[in-house]
Design a protein around this ligand. Sequence first.
Ligand code: PHE
Length: 446
Amino acid sequence: MNETLERWSTRRAFILAVTGAAVGLGNIWRFPYITGENGGAAFLLLYVAFVLLLGLPVMMAEIMIGRAGRRSPVQSLGHLAAGAGASRHWRWLGLFGAFTVFCILSFYSVVSGWSIEFLIASVNGDFVGATPAEIGAGFEAFLADPRRMTFNHTLFLAMTMLVVAAGVAKGLERLNNLLMPMLYLLLVLLAGYAATTEGFVPALAWLFMPDVSAVTPLVVMHAMGHAFFTLAVGACALMAYGAYMPDHQSLPRAAGAVAVLDVTVALLAGIAIFSVVFAQGMDPGEGPGLMFVTLPIAFAQLPWGALWLSVFFLLLLLATWTSSINLAEPMVATLQGIGLKRGHAAAVVGVAVWLVGLLTVLSFSSLAEWRPLFGMNAFELVSTIPPEIFLPLGGLLIAIFAAWVMPEAAARGALGVGPGGFALWRGLVRWVAIPLTLVVLVAGLV
Ligand code: PHE
């Protein structure tokens, strides 16, 4: 339909917007527990390698397509495909992305709701003086209570859809400007505190001294999926943001900055969390509750613990908010593309995601043992299959479109690089990212 006229106002605003999309539960909640379940350092190294070799070039491809099309993902893909003389069926990739983010947002909203619960509990001082066992038991009791979880899920989703309904660029810029620096500061403080505890050295060893024998094709696939998930790549969500990117900005530099910021957050969170794990003699493979149990334990021992913890959960909540806004954007843009008003589109998406999210809520109580596929329950399915299979698959198709289908001139212009830089990027996408993603996907699935 109409071209997007809205633009992020500055280069910094664009970088912060993409960082806001990238930094979220993936770094602070998912990274530590997945690393814990997959044996530590070997997984971490694979994940960093995938960020550099796949995540970064494909992220550039994805944003580039959005910037070249300046429309919603579905429309940009259709328009650019037509311009290149290729099949209009490339539009389906945009719909596949919308489906992927739909699945992801359904659990993302529920888990972000946990931060609301924890924020309130920290402000109340509930964790002060609590023993690790009490904190663990409190979390279990919360998970077993679908009503409290549904309440938080509803609240979080409403917060997200309100911003999306209002239009992304304006509201988000201000939020990001404030949030990212504060989140960093707090994580550095937390990691600094971790360095004074006895768990610090074992945590570093666990995170950085790889045990190669722990690597299986499945571990490699988890690492690849996580690289896509944490960078928010593969679902056309960043494509939607690329449409608002200013004209004269270097895309490789912006993407590089985002990747560095994103990985640093994960490492800081990992150091802080695993220091607690080892200081308390906990199990690193504890699963999705890892962060929610370890950090209250750590903060409970600090002077002003309740205050620090409240600030932490507030920042986490804001970080997941900026990510979920990005998750919702491609769906809303798609519905807008078929003629819905933005507000109506946001309402439709909100209700649908809310309903499916209830399956995640109930996966911790009455539906815990309902395992419809691959022996996984609903939460395990939505938090595994879309990040680890749909995102790499979407990323693969995005990469093929950008590096094989789009004409060189259009791609180069939208990337904003010279001939040498372009050849490097395209070589990396064609001969490294595409084959590597294929091989890992196939090996992991087999
Ligand atoms: N990158 C986000 C996070 O780490 C999640 C996300 C995935 C956002 C895919 C958008 C698209 O929390």
